[in-house]
Design a binder for this molecule. Structure first.
Ligand code: NAD
Length: 452
């Protein structure tokens, strides 16, 4: 079934139409018009699927995507240009160029937590680079998936960009096709399945996965600011954010003060929303039950779970240990465990023992301390004295390493991700230095001189 869409896209790609700069820019404008047309449906769909409020939906999904489209349109000509690079003396007479070439037909598989952003942001990269694309939005946010399909159908013919709805089986049949690039966002578990499928066709991939991202707070931190920014990043989207601080690891000497202020800000930011039923819910029953089971131990804030609406109150748990259940996997919900350390060096060793997280946040006003943490722990990206906000800077590449993924995107990095750099040496025929050919007497001398 999907094979026919794939084949039509392949044919369309081979026609060369998607590759002109004018076509790509018009495609991005078309995409923006389609989103604008369906914007109110999109907002309603996010409300329906998991009670996502308008302000949050605009900030983290729709506005974010408009910004990426505008930024890409503004810079695309520059990014897409063939670039001339240096040519060494051994190649005298020739010039060297890097041509930007799309991969062809690409597959984009998205998760449910930012169901619009995480489907459309990679598409901006794919289209800007001149590819055709099949999108597979998440089945767990079906209303949003439906609106995405409407936007795509309005903006593009199916032979260019198509949105396919469905669950695991749909993914499995899509993954059996010989795509030229696969961009997957979701869990590390499914990331491995995607990688195995891609290996069958040697398809290059980007994997945007998750992990347990720590927020480390040292005794040199501005505690009030740390508390405020940690709870904002954690409880945004009801904690269902890939770069949310998963747990807090704080110096024992400032823990009481940090918890005091985290409770204060959580109450200020989210108490009213939770009370009045406007706080986002958990995406489905299975995740709700999983999270509910993790609410144990010394709960110092929140702890209420409403099964009828699948809502979990922003919750802070103190006195947590690395051996506790909540520390065994990515939480992906509004529960924040707090662990304490007595030595930063030891804390960094503990964090290094975990699989490489997607993000790490270090709160300190001491530059040398921040530098030590950044240098000594492997992680995707992050922030000093902030959480989550780094991903909204299009100049910063966004992606994980190891267990949290491979590859990167956002801004120019999205264009680069979906672009093959084709290297060409343009050689002269005006003369032909003999030294590189067999038995050339000067060859050894020349090369030895140059490459010694
Ligand atoms: P998921 O991996 O369960 O699902 C993502 C997609 O994979 C869905 O489209 C789903 O249909 C498909 N899928 C599920 N099981 C499959 C299978 N057996 N075979 C083939 N396809 C399958 O992820 P999720 O629950 O939707 O998202 C949560 C995870 O995503 C978290 O770990 C989170 O950290 C991560 N995430 C990462 C980023 C990032 O940018 N790095 C962003 C958001 C979420």
């Amino acid at each position: 079934m999907y094979e026919s869409i794939f084949n039509r896209q392949k044919q369309f790609y081979q026609s060369g139409k998607t590759r002109t700069l004018a076509f790509r820019i018009e495609a991005l404008k078309q995409l923006k018009r389609g989103i604008q047309y369906y914007e109110s449906d999109l907002l309603k769909a996010m409300k329906k699927d998991f009670n996502k409020g308008e302000a949050e939906a605009y900030l983290t999904e729709i506005g974010y995507v408009y910004n990426e489209i505008n930024y890409t349109i503004k810079n695309l000509e520059n990014w897409a240009e063939t670039t001339k690079v240096k040519t060494p003396a051994t190649h005298t007479g020739s010039i060297s160029k890097v041509y930007k070439e799309p991969y062809g037909v690409v597959l984009i598989i998205a998760p449910w937590n930012y169901p619009f952003n995480l489907t459309i942001a990679p598409l901006i990269g794919a289209v800007s680079a001149g590819n055709t694309a099949i999108l597979k939005p998440s089945e767990h946010t079906p209303t949003v998936a439906g609106v995405i399909s409407n936007i795509i159908a309005l903006a593009f013919p199916e032979k260019y960009v198509a949105s396919v709805e469905g669950g695991i089986e749909t993914n499995q049949s899509l993954l059996s096709l010989p795509f030229n690039y696969i961009f997957y966002t979701g869990s590390s578990h499914v990331g491995k399945i995607v990688m195995q499928s891609a290996a069958k066709h040697l398809t290059p991939i980007t994997l945007e996965l998750g992990g347990k991202s720590p927020a480390i707070v040292t005794k040199n931190a501005d505690i009030k600011i740390a508390a405020k920014r940690i709870v904002w990043g954690k409880f945004l989207n009801a904690g269902q954010t890939c770069v949310a601080p998963d747990f807090v690891y704080v110096d024992a000497s400032v823990k009481a003060s940090l918890i005091y202020h985290m409770k204060r800000y959580t109450k200020k930011f989210y108490n009213n929303a939770f009370k009045t039923g406007t706080y986002m819910n958990i995406v489905n029953e299975q995740h709700f039950e999983r999270l509910n089971d993790l609410i144990q131990g010394n709960v110092v804030y929140g702890g209420t779970a409403r099964r009828a609406t699948l809502t979990i109150e922003p919750t802070i748990i103190d006195d947590v240990d690395f051996s506790d259940d909540i520390m065994q996997e990515e939480i992906f919900g509004p529960i924040l465990p707090v662990l304490e350390f007595r030595s930063l060096d030891k804390a960094l060793l503990d964090v290094r023992d975990l699989p490489d997280p997607l993000a790490l946040y270090i709160f300190t006003d001491k530059k040398s301390e921040a530098k030590t943490v950044i240098r000594s722990v492997p992680f995707g990206g992050g922030a000093v004295n902030d959480t989550v906000f780094h991903l909204a800077n299009p100049h910063l590449p966004f992606g994980g390493r190891g267990n949290s993924g491979m590859g990167k995107y956002h801004g120019k990095y999205s264009f680069d991700t979906f672009t093959h750099e084709k290297s060409i040496l343009h050689q002269t025929t005006a003369f032909d230095f003999p030294f590189r050919y067999p038995n050339a007497k000067l060859f050894n001398k020349f090369i030895k001189y140059l490459w010694k």
